[in-house]
Design a protein around this ligand. Structure first.
Ligand SMILES: [Zn+2]
Length: 246
């Protein structure tokens, strides 16, 4: 056991590491949030959204595949550890996801959203429709929707902590199953991480700082599952109200 100045130095080092890790972790969270918000406001064309998400998935696939192949190459003739296969499997999963996103048809509401944000252009192809008399786009044939009938959910509908936001006003699609599934997935991941930490504790003599990463991950997952649980509850209340008003 280390004690005295060495111990406090280790402690400071670990705390600085955690703070720095969280700070760096906030950057992608911030960027993702900003992007999701712009998407929800209809500021990004559907075509561009598809291109972004496919590129993102291919990028991760290439990254994991590269790591996996480098490891395979440097360990020729040796036993390949399981996590190398996990990297390669993740790469394949990203490639499959990228392909599925590429062939997926956008929902009509996606085009409506873009059109509502900028009614001077066609929501589908971006053609200038300011002086168009007909009800459809002359370029691609998309039917221009009546903007009074296009109802969008609030872009920050899931931010229950914001003032006046607790009660859901409107949802574009039935979110009950999707939200419940999201909640269960987080809980399952939480249990897996907790088991990994447990096994680690049982099998290793390593210092406590060696599991600071899984512990941070577990805290993050716990907060995420609470957040998702609250939203599942809000969604349930919303449908109770909407069904009651019918
Ligand atoms: Zn068009």
């Amino acid at each position: 056991m280390i004690s005295g100045p060495a111990m406090s130095f280790t402690l400071i080092f670990v705390i600085c590491g955690i703070v720095l890790g969280l700070a760096i972790g906030m950057v992608p969270v911030y960027l993702t949030n900003r992007y999701q918000r712009r998407k929800a406001m209809g500021e990004i064309s559907v075509e561009k959204q598809k291109k972004n998400t496919v590129t993102y998935h291919v990028g991760f696939g290439v990254w994991f595949m590269g790591l996996g192949l480098l490891q395979l190459n440097s360990r020729r003739g040796e036993e390949i550890p399981w996590w190398v296969w996990m990297w390669i499997a993740s790469a394949l999963m990203y490639f499959i996801a990228a392909y599925r996103l590429y062939v997926k048809e956008a929902k009509p509401i996606e085009y409506d959203r873009v059109y509502k944000n900028d009614p001077t252009k066609c929501g589908k192809c971006g053609y200038d429709v300011v002086h168009i008399q007909s009800a459809s786009c002359p370029e691609c044939g998309w039917t221009l929707p009546n903007l009074d009938e296009v109802r969008l959910q609030s872009h920050d509908v899931w931010c229950w902590w914001k003032k006046g936001n607790w009660q859901i006003v409107y949802l574009e699609e039935d979110m009950r199953k999707k939200a419940q599934r999201g909640f269960y997935v987080t809980v399952v991941m939480e249990v897996i991480v907790a088991c990994v930490i447990g096994l680690w504790l049982l099998s290793k003599e390593g210092g406590w700082h060696s599991f600071s990463v899984p512990v941070i991950f577990l805290v993050f997952l716990s907060l995420l599952s609470i957040h998702k649980f609250i939203n599942v509850h809000r969604i349930r209340k919303y449908y109770e109200r909407v069904d009651g008003e019918k």
